[in-house]
Write a protein that binds this ligand. Structure first.
Ligand SMILES: [Zn+2]
Length: 239
């Protein structure tokens, strides 16, 4: 299959985003995956199964999967949880990238029954501080039916905590989705820490949060934040 130059550039970004997630501590062995919508509408490009996020370098490390779960490009194997990606993209035309990790603090927070609050300024980078919850099952999302259920729980948000399992996140593009994953993980970390101090604490009001987070979803800011992590990755990998 011939890959156009622009698709090649997009896949390069997808590979770098996998490694940014690893650099930011979201790797759990070879689990966790990130995908992007195929520009020709054939399905989703995603990391293949059996390698870790830090090993994703080239097209050889990816697969193209159809909306029905058919392997279109690549040798595979495919992650069993491919329906997370296809079903969310089918349900959300505004989403072009989806990821799932077992981010440590988000996974712990998923087990609680608390609403995620914006303890620190950085937490406001998550849209409205609102992260959805999925608690229909704690095991793999490995069928179209469970994928559709997860997409329904996600609703219009950018992230969903999966009970006793992990985090699924998305964005208008690969960069935005990756940043959402990083911000949700750090918001969970801050909330868990504040709650574990035993001290009384507050979080901004709902209205203030929406205002703050809307201001932080601007394209130029996403670009600047991605630039920060991309630059950090270059230094990290050169060390
Ligand atoms: Zn998982």
């Amino acid at each position: 299959m011939t890959i156009s130059h622009s698709l090649q550039v997009d896949l390069e970004t997808l590979a770098r985003a996998c490694r940014v997630l690893d650099m930011e501590g979201q790797t759990d062995l070879t689990q966790g995956h990130l995908s992007m919508r195929d520009p020709d509408g054939r399905g989703v490009w995603m990391k293949k199964r059996g390698i870790s996020l830090r090993q994703v370098r080239s097209l050889d490390d990816m697969v193209l999967i159809s909306w029905e779960g058919e392997l279109l490009v690549g040798d595979g194997p495919m992650h069993l949880e491919w329906p997370i990606h296809t079903e969310i993209m089918l349900a959300r035309p505004d989403v072009n990238a989806v990821g799932h990790t077992h981010a440590y603090h988000a996974s712990i927070f998923s087990a609680t029954n608390e609403t995620l609050r914006a303890v620190v300024q950085g937490s406001a980078r998550v849209l409205g501080g609102r992260v959805a919850r999925y608690d229909l099952r704690t095991d793999l999302i490995d069928t179209r039916e469970t994928g559709a259920g997860l997409a329904e729980s996600l609703g219009a948000e950018w992230g969903v905590l999966m009970k006793n399992h992990g985090l699924t996140f998305c964005g208008p593009n690969v960069e935005g989705a990756t940043l959402n994953a990083i911000h949700i993980e750090s918001a969970c970390k801050a909330h868990l820490f504040a709650a574990s101090t035993g001290l009384a604490w507050d979080a901004p009001s709902e209205e203030e949060m929406v205002e703050k987070s809307n201001a932080r979803q601007m394209d130029w800011l996403i670009k600047a934040s991605w630039g920060f992590f991309s630059n950090k990755l270059d230094r990290f990998e050169a060390a």
